[in-house]
Design a protein around this ligand. Sequence first.
Ligand code: OAD
Length: 246
Amino acid sequence: MKNSNPAELAELLRRTQAAAALTGAGISVESGIPSFRGAHGLWTRYNPMEYAHIDAFLSNPAKVWRMLLELDATIRQARPNPAHYALAELEKMGKLKGIITQNVDNLHQEAGSRNVIEFHGNARRFVCLRCRRTIDPATLDFSHVPLYCSCGGLIKPDIVFFGEEIPPAANRAAFDLAESCDLMLVIGTSAAVMPANILPKAAKNHGAIIVEINLEPTELTRRFTDYFLEGSAGQILTEAVALLAS
Ligand code: OAD
């Protein structure tokens, strides 16, 4: 692992034609969405096994909706930040093939990124657990939760709870991208959650350079990271993309 900087990242990006990004909650912190772990993380206030496990949702949906409504309100008012826009720009420049995101906030898509693999789903979509119908949130009354479908089934945000599998198409697309990229940007993730945290290893095993951007070292840093950029994703990516474009 080598400590690196935006100028070196710009040079690495200059040489790549097929980069990929793996993003986590840290990339959306500058948009006002708290991360999960760490001092102000959601999981310091809500025990994930009580509030984010599928069995908890099925057995006590009203309780889990208390956390979901808070998440929903935070995500609704959030807008993309410079890090999201920088990744969208890298895709337009033909450098970035796609983003695998663990985030459910839709901010990469709002920033203009086209190939976004939603590894943990999307909180702006809702699904009925009985008839599997996708439901437009504009038709839902969030003042009365839990929400039920006209078929009587329980409605759930289309996000992956603990105890649920990764949507198979997203899982396949993510590993295909990881195994075919020549550089993987790992941005704002603690890499504490399986199977997302296996993706950098899959990329490295297939010859990719691993570049990590984070406020602090993670589980990946010592074992898998080739270039580590310590600092905020917004600042580092904006600077690197500006240098690349100049
Ligand atoms: P975490 O909360 O575990 O980690 C956030 C990471 O972002 C930490 O390593 C921070 O140091 C870093 N960070 C914070 N602010 C940053 C900034 N401005 N710039 C760069 N880095 C910053 O979030 P995730 O790794 O995304 O799963 O968590 C993975 C999964 O755990 C989530 O998708 C969620 C959660 O349980 C599900 O909901 C299924």
